[in-house]
Design a binder for this molecule. Structure first.
Ligand SMILES: Cc1ncc(COP(=O)(O)O)c(C=O)c1O
Length: 399
């Protein structure tokens, strides 16, 4: 009996005791600013130009196609790579737009939004101690995704107020430890766009290296003033080392569907898929079939730039007499406004006051930096109905 008692006691002593000491992998990370500002917009019944999503309906034809494929029984797991019809449609679209032929079999993968494609690409390639260059202000997923994978961030600054890249500065950040450079054009949050010369400069400074380029091109169709979208795949020296990420959420005004894709040469795609299959395995089946059919008609996306340019121009014209300075926006559905002429407040304070007192929610651009910055600039989303933009502009003109 005594022996049994000692045995049980030893067993209890050797069991790990849960101390509730969670060691966070992202210790300084709070809730995303998009969630915070959208929640504040709801609470104060403010017009929400903070989060980037359209407030108008998507194509009824596309909704009809989803119903059609659901009714046809396309409701079970899709292949891990995505349904072949959609991969083929993307391959054809890219060939037509950029004269580059990706293999639908070995070089294209459908993802649960661009977010998953970006996270999976970073997970597949970034190892403990690898360095990753990102450009600030930076879309918010890159930084934590790199950190969660043990990578070390190197920050290049986009030059305020036109948010251009100084490639000599970027060159100085590159070392033998650099694993990846993440670019984003058209750029969230600033609306700036990389030119062909930018991509050539990137090719030059990474020439003869194994540095992978992760190119976030989710706003490829939201580009204005007759500027052409320059995809990284059009530069042969970059194509062989690049992953291109896109989003049907942006292209078809359906951000809630979380449907995106990744394109890469076969050797990179093989590694991407090794991670992808254990992150999500497969994505929504009927939506993939529906998008494949919708995408086969070019008319469903080639006029997007005119559509959004009209919205940008309308919004800008409505606020032209306000006290805000209007920064150039050549792409995305974001417009930056500068309040430095009439306030010294920090961006977050100003954005909160705008939401609570004036009932208009925006995003402070400072949250897209890892260090304190106060350029006195807020981001407004103009992917909204005319009446929403009118109400927002009325408020902005009163400030
Ligand atoms: C630059 C950028 N990349 C990626 C995403 C994520 O796209 P998705 O909604 O398809 O995951 C967004 C969404 O706002 C974005 O602005």
């Amino acid at each position: 009996m005594k022996k049994l008692y000692i045995c049980i006691n030893l067993l209890i002593l050797s069991m790990p005791i849960f101390q509730n000491n969670v060691i966070s992998k992202l210790p300084r990370m709070g809730d995303s600013i998009f969630a915070v500002m959208s929640q504040m917009a709801d609470e104060y019944e403010a017009i929400n130009l903070s989060q980037g999503f359209p407030d108008f309906d998507i194509s009824p034809e596309l909704i009809g196609l989803v119903h059609k494929y659901m009714n046809e029984g396309k409701n079970q797991y899709a292949p891990m790579q995505g349904v072949p019809e959609l991969r083929q449609a993307i391959a054809d679209k890219f060939f037509e737009a950029h004269n580059v032929r990706y293999s639908p079999v070995t070089e294209i993968n459908i993802t649960a939004g661009a977010t998953q494609a970006l996270f999976t690409a970073i997970t597949a390639f970034v190892r403990e101690g690898d360095e990753v260059v990102i450009f600030e202000p930076a879309y918010d997923i890159y930084d934590p995704a790199v950190k969660l994978n043990g990578g070390i961030l190197k920050y290049a600054a986009l030059k305020h107020p036109d948010y251009t890249v100084n490639w000599d500065d970027v060159k100085k950040l590159i070392s033998h430890k650099t694993r990846m450079i993440i670019i984003n054009s058209p750029h969230n949050p600033t609306g700036s766009v990389l030119k062909k010369e930018d991509l050539e400069a990137l090719a030059k400074i990474t020439n003869n290296t194994d540095i992978i380029i992760l190119s976030d091109e989710v706003y490829e169709h939201l580009i204005y003033d007759n500027i052409q979208h320059e995809s990284v795949c059009c530069i042969p020296e970059l194509l062989e080392r690049s992953l291109v990420v896109g989003s049907f959420g942006k292209t078809f005004h359906a951000t809630g569907w979380k449907m995106g894709y990744c394109l890469a040469p076969e050797n990179l795609m093989t590694e991407f898929r090794k991670a992808h299959q254990f992150v999500v395995f497969a994505c929504n089946t009927p939506v993939q079939y529906a998008i494949a059919e919708f995408l086969s008609d070019k008319e469903n996306y080639v006029h997007l730039n005119e559509f959004y340019q009209r919205k940008r121009d309308y919004f800008v014209q409505l606020i032209s007499k306000s006290r805000f300075k209007i920064l150039p926006s050549s792409g995305t559905y974001f417009q930056l406004l500068d309040y430095s002429d009439f306030s010294d407040e920090k961006e977050l304070d100003f954005a909160i006051r705008l939401t609570k007192e004036y009932k208009l929610a925006s995003i402070p651009v400072s949250v897209f930096y890892h260090r304190p910055v106060n350029n006195k600039v807020l981001r407004f989303c103009f992917a909204k109905k005319e009446e929403t933009l009118e109400k927002a502009a009325e408020i902005l003109c009163k400030i």
